[in-house]
Design a binder for this molecule. Sequence first.
Ligand SMILES: [Zn+2]
Length: 63
Amino acid sequence: MSELTIDITCPVCTTVFKKKARDLKDGTTIQCPKCGEKTTIKGDMFTDMVTNLEKAKEKTGNA
Ligand SMILES: [Zn+2]
């Protein structure tokens, strides 16, 4: 059973890093491992992430 991860792009240095989907919820603050910029996951950003997750599930979907 694999853990679902979400790609986060830092708005400052554009580093892409991964977070576990289960660790993220609306309002969660994440910190870029490279530049230390803190980004709060909220509103549209969170909705987009969830939408992308659902799409990814559909793609891979082994029944
Ligand atoms: Zn950064």
